[in-house]
Design a protein. Structure first.
Lengths: 438, 144
């Protein structure tokens, strides 16, 4: 099997080998960062560490309304046990083993991205390699993977659910076994991070679309959807019951401002990316009340000062500012390609629905994740943009990487475009490397 | 899928991707244009002057100090709690270091001379914590 890229052919074997090499680099960086990045350096890390320790050592969830009480205990239990292991081994900072859980999740998700690309586009090795490349060098992935944070594990479970869904649709195999597997993963995802609720909706929409468009598998697809949905409800039910009996909302009970949801933010919040600050001053203090600007700057750089500057690194300097500006510039091309890929796949999914229902598996997660981050930013407005973070959309990164891979593959059919893009993105990735190492 | 169907699918993908790229380009250009036509940002010196004005603190244009006048982003004189201070706004940290070094070379300012990233303060007397905090706050934008 061969694909054309930049006038050269890329065989399935060479794509797989190059993808493994990229994943090996990702693994090296992720594992290294897990042990060099301070365990209390990430978002809400102290709350998570306390939570994890209490769960692992006392079997206790956070007291009413304290700390990260609204976060499900899946990651905390595993990271807490790892922390206990670290203490038994007399490690200087045992919580690094909790960070290791996040790092391993990031690497494992990279493998799932490759498998997803191969399952969805089995004859297009360029998509496989481009998707893995985008994922491996997407800064939000390695940044969050270094933290004591549940999001990477949530991403892994969600990506696993996407893979099972892709196997079902591609193989037209809506068996009990796969449906059960999908349902359990959807349920487990909610036990790690509440955001993954959107993946339940994605799975139901995809299976319902299959049932509508393909009469031959209608019954089995609907049965699979019912099984998956039932398990997605049953598996996390004890957690939701626990929360519902203590709080006004089992998912997130923080009080909201009154008033129409969309009017809680000015129009500029939704439509103005904040140029030139988004490129030339992508750090806190600028881009206030700019959804796109904060989301982009936090995703490609370090808007909030938890990675390249801030408590773990010290105040910003000209050199740090320059590296943040460089990150913003380097992120423009891959973001544009991934967005174009997303839009084109969405267009194809709507205009030619019978051709390939599996496109929805790639298109829906980024849209759903974006909507959930936007909802959080609007429902719980803060002046410093604290509720607008790319981290909250991490679970959609594998799908976003596939959008990039698809766009790259289509463009790479033209000899010079493919060659130029490959060179440009390769150099960009190399230029980004120092930022990705903590 | 037949060869014809495959070719049709590829053409559709090309068309939709070009459409996607055009849409993204329109958004990018729109954001760029929006940023360019947005009212010009005041200069760093103007921001410091605004801060001082809002806090009822008089200031003067810089005259007669070639070191301060050489600062890339300008300089001014003001007085905080009776303590006069020259504020020189460097264009970069290295520009500020140069200004700092020039002041050190022409006198012995000691604790009267301070640098905060791109901003250099030369006080008439060693500042109190309150005086220092006031000027640091009013030059936050210029420090970066």
């Amino acid at each position: 099997m061969r694909s054309v890229c930049g006038g050269t052919t890329l065989t399935a074997r060479s794509s797989a080998v190059a993808s493994v090499a990229l994943l090996a680099l990702l693994a090296f960086l992720a594992l290294r960062n897990a042990f060099t990045y301070p365990s209390i350096g990430g978002y809400d890390a102290q709350e998570y560490i306390t939570y994890a320790r209490d769960v692992a050592e006392r079997g206790a969830l956070p007291p009413n309304g304290v700390g990260a009480y609204y976060t499900p205990p899946g990651f905390m239990a595993i990271a807490g046990l790892m922390g206990s292991l670290g203490r038994a081994l007399d490690m200087r900072d045992p919580d690094h083993l909790g960070q290791l859980v996040a790092a391993v999740s990031v690497v494992a998700t990279g493998v799932v991205v490759f498998l997803l690309a191969r399952t969805l586009w089995p004859r297009r090795p360029v998509v496989w390699l481009a998707s893995v490349g985008f994922y491996s060098f997407f800064p939000i992935v390695l940044k969050t993977g270094a933290m004591f944070h549940p999001e990477p594990l949530g991403m892994l479970v969600t990506a696993g659910a996407m893979l099972v869904l892709a196997l079902m649709v591609r193989g037209e195999a809506y068996s009990w076994k796969l449906a059960s597997c999908l349902g359990v993963l959807l349920g487990l995802g909610q036990l790690v991070r509440a955001w993954s609720l959107w993946m339940v909706a994605v799975a139901v929409v995809v299976l319902a679309t299959v049932a509508i468009l393909d009469r031959t598998v209608r019954r089995s697809a609907l049965r699979a959807a019912a099984v998956a949905l039932a398990l997605a409800v049953i598996v996390p039910l004890p957690w939701y019951v626990h929360q519902a009996t203590r709080y006004s909302n089992p998912v997130f009970d923080r009080p909201q401002e009154s008033g129409f949801l969309l009017s809680r933010r000015p129009l500029a919040f939704y439509v103005d990316a904040g140029y030139p600050d988004i490129v030339f001053r992508p750090w806190q203090g600028h881009l206030n009340d700019r959804f796109i600007g904060v989301l982009y700057s936090e995703t490609w750089g370090d808007y909030f000062g938890i990675w390249a500057w801030g408590p773990g690194r010290g105040d910003r300097t000209d050199a740090i500012d320059a590296s943040l500006v460089r990150q913003s510039v380097l992120g423009l091309l891959p973001t544009a390609l991934a967005l174009a890929g997303l839009l084109s796949l969405l267009g194809l999914a709507v205009a030619r629905p019978r051709e390939d229902v599996a496109r929805l598996i790639v298109v829906l997660p980024p849209l759903a994740a974006l909507a959930s981050v936007l909802y959080l930013g609007v429902a719980y407005p803060t002046s410093d943009g604290d509720t607008v973070k790319g981290t909250y959309a991490l679970a959609a990164v594998p799908a976003f990487a596939l959008c990039f891979g698809f766009a790259f593959d289509v463009l790479a059919r033209r000899r010079f475009v493919g060659l130029a893009l490959a060179l440009l993105l390769g150099v960009s990735a190399l230029a980004m490397l120092p930022f990705l190492v903590w | 899928m037949s060869a014809v169907g495959l070719e049709d699918g590829r053409r559709a993908e090309n068309r939709w991707l070009i459409g996607g790229l055009v849409a993204v380009a329109i958004v990018f250009v729109g954001q760029l244009a929006g940023g360019l036509v947005r009212a010009d940002e005041p200069s760093y010196l103007a921001k410091v002057e605004t801060c001082l004005t809002e806090r009822s603190t008089a200031f003067d244009a810089m005259v007669g100090d070639p070191v301060a006048l050489s600062a890339d982003r300008g300089a001014l004189r003001t007085s905080v709690g009776g303590n006069g201070v020259t504020v020189a706004l460097g264009g970069s940290e290295s520009d500020a270091r140069r200004i700092f070094g020039d002041y050190e070379a022409v006198g012995s300012p000691g604790a009267r001379l301070e640098q905060r990233r791109k901003v250099v303060f030369l006080w008439d007397q060693p500042p109190t914590g309150e005086q220092r905090d006031f000027m640091v706050l009013c030059t936050l934008d210029a420090q970066e």
